[in-house]
Ligand binder design. Structure first.
Ligand SMILES: [Zn+2]
Length: 248
């Protein structure tokens, strides 16, 4: 029965190793861990680190009403207790300022700006008597500003068009009156005066217009290479107005 002794002996040895390793290694780690933990807990519980300084690093924030913004709160010393940290806005009707619970962690504290309406106010943080610098916040509504700008431009364009139309109508009326006057002239004279090739100031005189221009020109060079000749009355009926350079 020698093999039985060998087997039993081996088992005993293995158990012994198990006990030694289990007791000698693991408890040592625990002791070390416990001692560190207890030191840390003691400092936290016995002596809270007071905040000495609070700084918001942003200056003059401009924020669209549709956006939000995170602001890092610089706390000195960095391990100070932030239990009493308050987020303040001088006008909560314009912007709300609160702790960003999602972005903040053990090492960094963030505030979150939530715009409410257009305007200006200031934000800061405080903890007991310690107050941070104040940061100016301007909330704007880009959409409203752009819409107003667009409406203004449309209005100006409409007014310009109406003015141009009015001037053209006035001009046409004057020309019609002038034409009516020429028609009162004796027929004999009428036949001799109508000479399309001769430039004159009546409606049949030759003017130069371009496909897109709003003016008619007396000079073809002033009209440019795209210009074509037509009669003054036709140019006026198209709503064109005289060129300031050559058709005065
Ligand atoms: Zn011209």
């Amino acid at each position: 029965m020698k093999w039985v002794k060998i087997v039993l002996g081996t088992i005993i040895v293995l158990i012994a190793i198990g006990i030694i390793t289990g007791e000698s290694v693991t408890p040592n780690q625990n002791e070390a861990g416990n001692s560190i933990n207890s030191v840390a807990t003691n400092t936290n519980e016995d002596k809270k680190i007071e905040i000495e300084k609070l700084i918001l690093s942003d200056t003059d924030i401009k924020l669209d009403i549709k956006d939000t913004k995170n602001i890092l709160v610089n706390i000195q010393p960095s391990k100070a207790d932030t239990e009493n940290l308050q987020f303040c806005s001088t006008n909560t009707q314009i912007v709300k300022f609160s702790k960003d619970t999602i972005k903040s962690d053990e090492t960094e504290v963030y505030g979150k700006l939530q715009p409410i309406s257009e305007g200006k106010c200031e934000i800061y943080v405080k903890s007991n008597e310690i107050e941070s610098n104040k940061v100016k916040v301007t909330v704007i509504d880009k959409e409203r500003i752009e819409n107003e700008k667009r409406l203004k431009e449309e209005q100006a364009k409409k007014e310009a068009e109406e003015e141009a139309k009015r001037l053209a109508e006035e001009q046409a009326k004057k020309q019609a009156q002038a034409q009516a006057q020429t028609q009162y002239q004796p027929p004999k004279q009428e036949t001799t005066t109508i000479q399309p090739s001769t430039p004159n100031n009546n409606n049949s005189r030759t003017v130069y217009i371009t496909p897109t221009g709003k003016r008619y020109h007396y000079s073809s060079t002033c009209g440019g290479k795209n210009s074509r000749s037509t009669t003054l009355s036709n140019a006026i009926s198209l709503g064109l107005t005289p060129c300031q350079k050559c058709a005065q």
